[in-house]
Design a protein around this ligand. Structure first.
Ligand code: ADE
Ligand code: ZN
Length: 317
């Protein structure tokens, strides 16, 4: 089944480039940039990837991203991810990057963006992988800081397809970012947002009504609100679900409890994605395979999930 799932043509719609930083590349970049790391080796770092919630993961994720310093570092990160896409027949990807994680450390916005966009261009030309980049605001920071990031992005507007919202969800509702999302939309950007990962269904309502999002990132807690479920089904609003992430971060205690196939069978436009594959134990195929192993996902269900991912692209190639 793994090989069959791997060969299925699919799109990835929920992937943080910084979360694709494998420990081997992290160590190589630390050496190249002469950065001392608090872990002795790759195995020690991997052993630290045990999380009880989103925040414990984010603390390590931001620490890991500190090795990314030069344009070439961002190129190498993105190129390594695109090679994984090629190996798993991901024919289109719409990755997120978090500019504030880097600009707050003094790395210029253009350095980050140039490295990523050069790799995405090579991915299109050399690997045949379609792509659209999503600029994600960090929700634990202020809306004013998000406005500053949007200002930095405007001269490069053609490099992006949408803006998004990620980082610590609880206590940072979508309504906090209503004005910057209004501005992003008036500048021609599409919008997406993480909502209903750890946060309540109310945050999904806000993301839909206030941020006017095209897709819900995660959204698994929608199942707690029947009226919300009906809306998501009626309007066929895609959910970018990340099964391995949800179990690693204890949104579900075990993959056997995951609700993605229940949602699929109820008519929700759910898709399968890897979120932060270097930290959560696998790329898209591993996420599909876990659904087969633990939930008995059939070939027919896998085909529908893959078709949903192609239908839910913001850019139709
Ligand atoms: N799963 C996730 N939720 C929120 N912010 C993130 N940033 C990277 N991965 C994330
Ligand atoms: Zn995410």
């Amino acid at each position: 089944m793994y090989d069959w799932l791997n060969a299925l043509p699919k799109a990835e719609l929920h992937l943080h480039l910084e979360g694709s930083l494998e420990p081997e590349l992290l160590f190589a970049l630390a050496e190249r940039n002469k950065i001392a790391l608090p872990w002795n080796d790759v195995e020690t770092l991997r052993a630290a990837y045990a999380f009880n919630n989103l925040q414990e993961f984010l603390d390590l994720y931001y620490q890991g991203a500190d090795v990314l310093r030069t344009e070439q570092d961002f190129y190498d990160l993105t190129w390594a991810y695109l090679q994984r896409c090629k190996a798993q027949n991901v024919i289109h990807t719409e990755p997120f990057f978090d500019p504030q994680t880097h600009t707050d450390r003094g790395i210029p916005f253009e350095v980050v963006l140039d490295g990523i966009t050069r790799a995405l261009k090579d991915g299109r030309e050399q690997l045949g992988i379609g792509s659209g980049l999503i600029l994600s605001f960090l929700r634990h920071l202020s809306e004013e800081e998000a406005h500053t990031t949007l200002d930095q992005a405007l001269p490069f507007r053609d490099a992006f397809v949408a803006v998004g919202l990620d980082s610590s969800e609880m206590g940072h509702p979508p309504s906090k970012f209503q004005r910057v999302f209004d501005r992003a939309r008036s500048e021609g950007f599409l919008t997406v947002a993480h909502a209903g990962e750890e946060g309540p269904p109310e945050y999904i309502w806000e993301a839909l009504d206030l941020l006017k999002i095209q897709r819900i990132d995660h959204g698994v807690r929608a199942i707690e609100d029947e009226r919300l479920m009906q809306r998501i089904i009626d309007e066929q609003i895609p959910l970018t679900v990340c099964p391995l992430s949800n179990t690693k971060l204890r949104v579900f205690d075990h993959m056997g409890q995951h609700n993605i196939l229940d949602m699929l069978e109820r008519g929700v436009k759910v898709t399968v994605n890897s979120d932060d594959p270097a930290y959560f134990g696998g790329y898209v195929t591993e996420n599909f395979h876990a659904l087969h192993t633990h939930l008995g996902m059939t070939e027919d269900q896998a085909r529908r999930l893959a078709q949903n991912s192609l239908d839910a692209r913001l850019i139709k190639a």
